[in-house]
Design a protein around this ligand. Structure first.
Ligand code: PLP
Ligand code: COI
Length: 354
């Protein structure tokens, strides 16, 4: 049983900002809908969620988010079909992962009905912002952080859960060129790499800026001890195709357990594509590139969807990926996006009607 929708208070905007949005030229995550959901944790309990006009938040300068980075987020999308029906993709998995992240960062869990009823009420209210142009969708950002006060380095006593939404186009503007990183690490054994914690992303910015300055878009992280195993990229999990076999590394406490990743593994199995979940060494990938057996590399994530990689850099050498007629990336992307936009059957039960 969910919380009753009537317990979510709604304060509507006086004037909508929708006319200011150019739906034909949407960047990723840079314009926002009229409303947001806000829910406060105080005195050991979550208060009822409220929907309010999208606005600034006021916080005490000693709020622990600013000092100790107690903050987590999720990334989801809402899609509209040709009849204007609204769909989500495996949203309960995002809720589950949100609470896994919350636990690791000592943030109180958010109940499923607050998350789901809050989100669906918000989506219905702001449904006019869900784009219908090909390749666009409404990017949804649920996040939670320590709003409680004090400089003591310990978990806060107050938190905020917010859902904000942004009509968005593609995450990457064009080809994706990646650098295999062997100096810096994204995460460590026993660390917080598996959590969608804000600091995991802040820590990537500097090495990623260095890679961008060399002409790459993203870093592919390797394990923190030997820098020999391919882990994931900054905002997506990684797949490689050697000959006909699709391979992705196993998840661990250093890697985000991506929902797109696990969906691709299931689709590949059903499509009869040989798929392996196993450790991939950098040496194996470089040797396959040299031998011509490395056919594809692509990233997978909610924002990135399935993003083909055109080349990778390793130790000052660039290796270009071949251009195939019907790459797995294209085939699987069509299957997954047809499910998301309600253009096909959904034999997996992943589509969620709002
Ligand atoms: N890895 C990282 C670091 C990410 O930020 C994301 C994006 O959410 C992913 C992988 C892909 O996860 P998902 O497919 O659940 O969006
Ligand atoms: C997502 O794909 O939803 C993410 O959270 C990645 C983010 C860095 C844009």
């Amino acid at each position: 049983m969910g919380i009753e929708t009537k317990s979510i208070s709604i304060e509507k905007v006086k004037t909508s900002r929708i006319d200011q949005i150019d739906f034909n030229n949407l960047a990723f995550g840079s314009v926002f809908t009229d409303h947001m959901l806000v829910c406060d944790y105080k005195n050991g309990a979550w208060e009822l969620p409220k929907i309010v006009p999208y606005q600034n938040i006021s916080l005490d300068p000693s709020s622990k988010i600013f000092h100790y980075g107690q903050s987590i987020f999720e990334g989801m999308k809402a899609y509209k079909d040709k009849n204007d029906a609204i769909f989500l993709f495996r949203p309960l998995d995002n809720h589950k992962r949100f609470n896994i992240s919350a636990n690791r960062m000592c943030i109180p869990e958010i109940p499923e009905d607050y998350f789901m009823d809050g989100l669906t009420t918000l989506l219905k209210l702001d449904s006019a912002f869900i784009p219908t142009n090909a390749g666009s969708s409404l990017y949804i950002r649920p996040f939670m952080f320590a709003s409680g006060k004090g400089f003591h380095a310990s978990p806060a006593d107050e938190y905020k859960f917010i859902i904000a939404c942004a009509p968005s186009g593609a995450y990457f503007a064009g080809e994706v060129k990646v650098l295999i990183e062997q100096t810096y690490s994204r995460s460590a054994n026993g660390g917080v790499g598996f959590a969608k914690a804000g600091g995991n992303y802040a820590g990537q910015f500097y090495p990623t800026q260095l890679a961008i300055a060399k002409g790459y878009n993203q870093v592919i992280w390797t394990d923190d001890t030997e820098h020999e195993y391919i882990e994931e990229a900054g905002a997506m999990n990684i797949f490689v195709r050697i000959n006909d076999t699709l391979i992705t590394g196993p998840t661990s406490d250093r890697i985000l357990d991506g929902i797109t990743r696990k969906s691709i593994i299931e689709i590949a199995k059903k499509e009869g594509i040989p798929v392996e979940v196993r450790k991939i060494t950098v040496t194996e990938v470089v040797n396959a590139a040299k031998a011509g057996t490395l056919k594809e590399m692509f990233g997978a994530g909610t924002a990135a969807v399935i993003s083909p990689i055109s080349a990778f850099g390793f130790k000052d050498t660039d290796y270009a990926l071949p251009k195939l007629d019907t790459p797995y990336a294209q085939r699987i992307k069509k299957i997954i996006t047809d499910i998301q936009y309600n253009k096909s059957d959904d034999p997996y039960g992943w589509r969620y009607k709002v």
